[in-house]
Design a protein around this ligand. Sequence first.
Ligand code: B12
Length: 210
Amino acid sequence: MSGELSMALVELERDRVAEEVKSRAETGESPIQILEECRRGMTIVGERFQKGDYFLAELMLSGEIFKGAMAILEPYLAKVGPSKPLGKVVLATLQGDIHDLGKNIVAIMLKAQGFEVHDLGVDVAPGLVVEKVRETAPDFVGFSVLITTAFDSMKQAAAMLREAGLREQFKLMIGGGVTTTVVKDHVGADFQTTDATEGVAYCLDVMRGG
Ligand code: B12
């Protein structure tokens, strides 16, 4: 049941989360829906952390449990869509930020739709993004951000891409729980979301000429 899975994650019940994710995926339930429930649990964990009810240890454990859920769901997510090459995407969590759970979901979902994904990882220096864009000529660059101090790294990367004359060649997306349209404008991005499904829909739309 929906609330139960979210709350099992909030209560850090590793085995219960794994069992429920596995059994629901096996019965054919949408892996995206299951993942969304886990994500909601993570949001509540974040709220508890903010209030001082949870500490870093709980935050870390919730991240591990979430990663376990994703590992179970990955093969199911990979089956969601057709797999013909559609376009290229460079993804990164930039300097100052080590959160990667959301970015990893976007990567899996894009791959499931047939995109070639180049994931640079976390705490990535803006210069590395420029190098990768030059090397791969992507259709999209996506920055994932969960911590406000990394906003300036995104802005810097966008500026460096402009200075290198590469910025017009791709659409720049930003995503992650702390992003808003204000952050999008600050960075100079083309698209912003807090929902991986919306991000994938945007990429599909652009590739279809929308
Ligand atoms: C798990 C977690 C951690 C884990 C991360 C594990 C990992 N491997 O990622 C650990 C324990 C390591 C961690 C560390 C820290 N964290 Co933390 N963490 C969280 C928590 C609870 C959940 C984040 C998460 O993974 N959510 C689930 C994912 C799936 O959601 P999501 O990222 O939003 O992604 C979805 C969409 O946004 C979208 N998306 C994401 N990226 C992209 C990119 C593109 C291109 C697209 C299209 C879509 C897209 O797709 C996803 C699915 O829909 C949040 C709370 C919260 N409310 O977010 C705090 C939170 C982000 N952390 C916070 C803090 C403060 C920290 C620490 C500084 C704590 C500390 N004192 O050390 C450190 C930061 C270290 C650093 N330099 O980065 C704060 C940030 C506050 C702020 N304003 O900046 C938060 C908000 C908690 C809080 N309320 O205070 N954290």
